[in-house]
Design a protein around this ligand. Structure first.
Ligand SMILES: Nc1ncnc2c1ncn2[C@@H]1O[C@H](COP(=O)(O)OP(=O)(O)OP(=O)(O)O)[C@@H](O)[C@H]1O
Ligand SMILES: [Mg+2]
Length: 271
């Protein structure tokens, strides 16, 4: 690979991504009564976005804006209806293995296997990426997320916030260069928020690229250098946090967010 090509690659690239969820099948009665076919739901509409290596990037938007859909496409969990996406230069469809290996995803929904302990869960996750003898790193992650004393506890015996900590740990076991966190602080206590952000900020300083979605806009304001705002599947704002705040005015990012979301004429895609 030439040096020029390597430098030109970005951590995340989305080009003209659209996503239409398939229509729900009509029941027999609906079909017979002539109920028209549902056209499906357009969750993303021509989204183009580039996140550079080392960025701490915020993806914001109200419920249903398309954030998790976009993340699912990057993680290979959903397929785009049109457009292309890549992680560290690897196409998420044709180079799925390499792109998935470059990515750690903390999902919005808590899913876990109730039969495993925390350590077993993390060893299993390491195994998916072909990593054996990963316990030193697993111990470091557990310590940084305040989970060391829960390592041998069964997953089903953890509280909701602790299960979420394990999701964060799972995303980090293979030391991915790009980390995506989909509302990682929903339902977690103040202590974890602080420890989590210290840890994630440290990883960012060490060179990891971070993409964060959150409804806690003070977190996004404090952490994210650049922000994209999604509304009904469109990017309506994309800029550095400071430039967005300066352009929109208002007291803080939450205020700016509300103004942008309520202004149908706002076009703030500059960076
Ligand atoms: N599997 C699916 N089938 C049909 N529609 C879906 C599916 N998943 C999501 N949607 C719809 O796509 C839209 C975007 O959903 P998405 O989960 O991406 O939003 P979000 O921005 O992550 O919202 P939130 O802040 O609530 O997490 C919503 O209207 C949702 O109902
Ligand atoms: Mg979501």
């Amino acid at each position: 690979m030439s040096q020029a090509f390597f430098i030109a690659m970005s951590a995340l690239t989305l080009e003209h991504i659209s996503k239409i969820y398939a229509p729900r099948a009509r029941g027999m009665l609906q079909a017979l009564s002539g109920t028209p076919k549902n056209q499906g739901f357009q969750a993303l509409n021509d989204v183009s976005l580039t996140v550079e290596y080392g960025e701490f990037f915020g993806l914001l938007g109200p419920n249903g804006a398309g954030k998790t859909t976009l993340i699912s496409i990057l993680a290979g969990l959903a397929s785009a209806t049109s457009g292309t996406a890549s992680v560290c230069g690897h196409d998420v469809v044709s180079q799925f293995k390499q792109s998935r290996r470059s990515l750690g995803v903390v999902p919005q929904e808590i899913v876990y296997d109730p039969f495993f302990t925390v350590r077993e869960t993390l060893r299993l996750q390491s195994g998916y990426f072909g990593l054996r003898n990963n316990d030193d790193w697993i111990d470091e992650i557990l310590a940084n997320l305040g989970l060391s004393d829960k390592a041998e506890t069964n997953m089903r015996a953890l509280s909701g916030g602790m299960k979420r900590r394990v999701l964060v740990a799972q995303a980090l076991v293979h030391r991915p260069p790009v980390i995506i966190l989909d509302e990682p602080t929903a339902g977690v206590d103040v202590d974890l928020r602080r420890t989590l952000w210290e840890f994630i900020s440290r990883l960012n300083k060490e060179g990891h690229t971070i993409l964060l979605t959150t409804h806690y806009l003070e977190e996004a304001e404090a952490l994210c250098g650049r922000i994209a705002m999604l509304k009904h599947g469109h990017i309506v704002a994309l800029d550095t946090t400071q430039a967005l705040l300066a352009r929109v005015g208002g007291t803080d990012l939450e205020d700016a967010f509300v103004r942008i979301m309520h202004d149908d004429d706002f076009t703030g895609v500059t960076a």
